[in-house]
Design a protein. Structure first.
Length: 454
């Protein structure tokens, strides 16, 4: 018997099955493409978020400075600059700052605000470097340090309106007082006492926290007065004190006896804080007096003799809503505390470095030095040159017609008074870069030489 294998049956498919299979493939492909698109979009968003918030804008060693940190510091710096601007406006409204002086500060504030995005990066780089170096100096900053600094920022220190008589031993022979005669021979050259003030912030990128008074000068530079000059200065100061005790007005005595530029204003230094006093010993004595109190003769730094009087006192004023101001202006408190901590650390490191470098005997010399560089355009030239800036004040604001103005015309005195006030304001700025900036700003707005003024 023969058996035959049955041929396999061929499955018969319909067109409907083929369509269903194709539909499934298309659906799976669409889902895959959609998932890929979502992943790509998510990756793009994630990268954008990372770039906008966490991507480093600077790197110091292994420390990254992120974009978020930078933007937060920009907001903090803008806020602090706005606080300073508000203080300038208050000082101007009270009459403690002239309109021209306030205008020069506002111009500087505008320039600084434009520079904040770049200076904020520099600050953060400096902060990172400080944080890396601080342990080697044994320096650290705690929460209590930060709280104390914030409290200080929120507090306006006590201010006192001060009148002074200053007698510099190096100037007594050049400016004889009543009953004295000028020295017949020249005395050693003296560095004139600049008008005392509170110094602005600091600047580099540091922001000022106190408005400099245009009437106060820094502590006089070291002098080399002789014993005879010191004795003469002391005698003049005691003579001035005797006149005050006899009832002569302080302004009249200051005008006759003081060698300081403030003497032409009756000794008026305006409002100062104890830190901005022209001499530390004088400041301590002045801030221990009641209103209308007068010091004895105080021998200060470099044997300068001082007499001071307090005419008005503004007490310490604390801003109870200081931190609320941060919130109202969108300032992150953590970012603000970080900025404050960096400033505190900087101060502590400076103190540690000074203590380290001045420990034990330190060799010092008293030197005077003037350098004038020969013009670089001609290397063979032997004629010295100097780069000079100037501000011109002319009678009636017209330099071209100054020659035709009579010598006794009041316009000359007015121009001279404006020039002296501008000079006092500029001398009061101890930050040289800031002084140069203010000089240029004043020249552009006030100089009657319109060519160089621009």
């Amino acid at each position: 018997m023969t058996f035959r294998a049955k041929p396999p049956r061929r499955r018969i498919t319909s067109g409907h099955d083929d369509d269903a299979r194709r539909q499934r493939i298309v659906t799976v492909g669409f889902v895959a493409v959609s998932v890929a698109a979502v992943l790509m979009l998510g990756g793009t968003v994630a990268y954008g978020f990372y770039k906008d918030h966490f991507a480093p804008v600077a790197r110091v060693g292994s420390t990254n400075i992120t974009r978020d940190q930078w933007l937060a510091r920009v907001k903090v710096d803008n806020y602090e600059l706005s606080l300073f601007e508000g203080r300038v406006r208050e000082e101007e409204a009270r009459g403690d700052l002239s309109r021209d002086t306030a205008a020069s500060y506002f111009s500087s504030i505008t320039q600084r605000r434009a520079q904040i995005p770049s200076t904020a990066i520099e600050e953060l780089v400096d902060d990172a470097l400080q944080a890396q170096l601080a342990p080697s100096l044994g320096v650290s900053v705690g929460a209590s340090d930060i709280d104390a600094a914030i409290t200080k920022s929120a507090t306006t220190p006590e201010q006192r309106h001060i009148l002074v008589i200053a007698v510099d031993p190096l100037l007594v022979d050049k400016t004889p007082a009543p009953g004295e005669s000028a020295a017949p021979t020249a005395t050693p050259t003296a560095t004139p006492t600049a008008s005392p003030t509170a110094s602005p912030a600091p600047t580099s990128s540091a922001l000022p926290t106190e408005i400099p008074s245009p009437t106060v000068a820094p502590t006089p530079a070291p002098t080399m007065a002789t014993a005879a000059q010191i004795a003469k200065a002391r005698a003049r100061a005691h003579a001035a004190l005797a006149r005050l005790q006899a009832g002569v007005s302080f302004g009249d005595v200051a005008t006759q006896y003081s060698t300081d530029v403030s003497g032409t204003r009756g000794g008026d230094l305006g409002f100062i804080t104890i830190e901005s006093a022209p001499d530390a010993a004088l400041g301590t004595a002045l801030f221990a007096l009641p209103p209308q109190g007068t010091t004895d003769v105080i021998e200060g730094k470099d044997h300068i003799m001082w007499i001071g009087r307090v005419t008005e006192i503004r007490p310490v004023a604390a801003d109870a809503h200081f931190l609320e101001g941060l919130d109202q202006n969108g300032i992150d408190r953590t970012a603000y505390r970080t900025a404050v901590a960096a400033g505190v650390l900087r101060d502590k490191m400076t103190g540690a470095l000074v203590a380290q470098d001045t420990a034990g005997p330190v060799d010092q010399v008293h030197a005077f030095h003037i350098q004038v560089q020969v013009g670089s355009s001609d290397p063979n030239s032997t004629e010295a040159e100097a780069h000079v800036l100037h501000i011109l004040y002319s009678p009636n604001k017209d330099a071209a017609k100054a020659d035709s103005v009579p010598a006794d015309d009041p316009a000359w005195a007015k121009a001279e008074d404006e020039a002296k006030k501008a000079a006092e304001t500029l001398r009061s700025l101890t930050d040289l870069a800031f002084r140069r900036q203010q000089f240029e700003t004043t020249a552009g707005t006030a100089s009657d030489d319109t060519t160089s003024g621009q």
